[in-house]
Design a protein. Structure first.
Length: 344
């Protein structure tokens, strides 16, 4: 008897035969990229269906300049709390791990709760806030509970807009991020005139999303479909959105590899500026920004994050660049496209 997965795969084969041309679908969530690899999905798809990883790994899109600022603050005796994934991401001068080896006080935490506990012992503590709409509500809650934060939080839809406007990138459909969509809902994506499906993280969920995208392509439709209704609702999570809006305001921000994207960053509002590390340490940060020397690098993370090249097309992949010797952020995080490809 055929399993659900096999039946969906049969449908995908029928549709891909009808489409004939190469179809490029981009998964926009690092967890989806992991699920694609774990379930061996690229190997079982018809040859003309290409899956690309997008900028969905929060650590990978954190700008080198922000890493430099955090490194310098730590070396200036500001204690930090950071998520473990960011430790080995290279900055222009060094990584946070290297700063730690130079006696900087950097604690690895798994939640803002842990950071709040450390702050009780060490009141100068700064938490490195990063990630998309998924982690921003927790950071907002922690700021309301007196945690000092350096915010590099980012909003996902402006990045999708930037990808669609880039003529060098060919995308026939998006597998929209599942976790982000649980917060922001489905309506926000309707402005993008491209086939989109929001889906879960099982192999069958991803195959179903691919099948639904091919169906839209065949019918020349560009709509947002929600295969993940068990979690994602049309209007998203109102409480989480309220927290974000209460604590943060929107600003332009820099994404590693993608450059400055208008209205894609979250800055702490004036009302909470006594918890805003960017405000508290503004003089040091201004000085650091002037001193930053961008180091030339052969790393092509920027192109990988936009789906312009695949990890193996980078000359350094699995030669100089490995998870033990990462040359770029995409090889550091377990959600990074190069790291996933290395482990596949
Ligand atoms: S393989 Fe390494 S150097 Fe190449 S793009 Fe990926 S992270 Fe950068």
């Amino acid at each position: 008897m055929k399993t659900d997965k096999t039946k969906i795969l049969d449908e995908i084969k029928i549709k891909s035969d009808k489409i004939k041309r190469t179809v490029c679908l981009m998964e926009l969530c690092g967890t989806h990229s992991q699920a694609v690899a774990t379930n061996g999905i690229k190997n079982i798809l018809p040859k003309n269906i290409k899956l690309l990883s997008g900028p969905g790994c929060p650590v990978c899109v954190t700008d080198q300049g922000d890493i430099d600022i955090m490194v310098k603050l730590a070396l200036n005796n500001v204690p930090l709390a950071v998520y473990g994934d960011i430790l080995n991401v290279p900055g222009n001068t060094m990584s946070l791990e290297q700063a730690r080896q130079n006696n900087a006080d950097i604690s690895v935490v798994y939640s803002v709760d842990e950071a709040l506990k450390i702050k009780k012992i060490n009141p100068k503590l700064v938490f490195f806030g990063l990630g998309f709409e998924t982690t921003a509500p927790m950071t907002a809650w922690a700021i309301k509970n007196n945690l000092t934060v350096y915010s590099t939080h980012k909003l996902f839809p402006p990045a999708m807009d930037a990808l669609l406007k880039n003529k060098d990138i060919k995308i026939d459909g998006f597998i929209n991020p599942g976790h982000v969509s649980a917060i922001i809902g489905t309506k926000v994506y309707e402005k993008f005139k491209v086939p989109q499906v929001i889906t879960g993280f099982d192999g069958a969920d991803i195959l179903k999303a691919i099948d639904m995208l091919l169906e839209q392509i065949l019918k020349k439709q560009t709509k947002v479909e929600n295969e993940y209704q068990r979690v994602v609702k049309k209007n998203g999570n109102a409480k989480a959105q309220k927290l974000i809006n209460e604590v943060f305001e929107i600003k332009d921000t820099t994404w590693r590899g993608l450059g400055i994207i208008k209205n894609s960053g979250l800055k702490i509002k004036k009302k909470y500026q006594k918890y805003d590390a960017e405000f508290i340490y503004q003089d040091i940060i201004k000085k650091i920004k002037k001193e930053i020397k961008i180091q030339p690098s052969a790393c092509q993370c920027g192109l990988v994050l936009q789906g312009i090249i695949e990890p193996r097309q980078c000359k350094l992949f699995n030669k100089i660049c490995t998870p033990n010797n990462p040359q770029g952020a995409c090889m550091v995080s377990v959600e990074g496209a190069c790291n996933i490809e290395y482990r596949s």
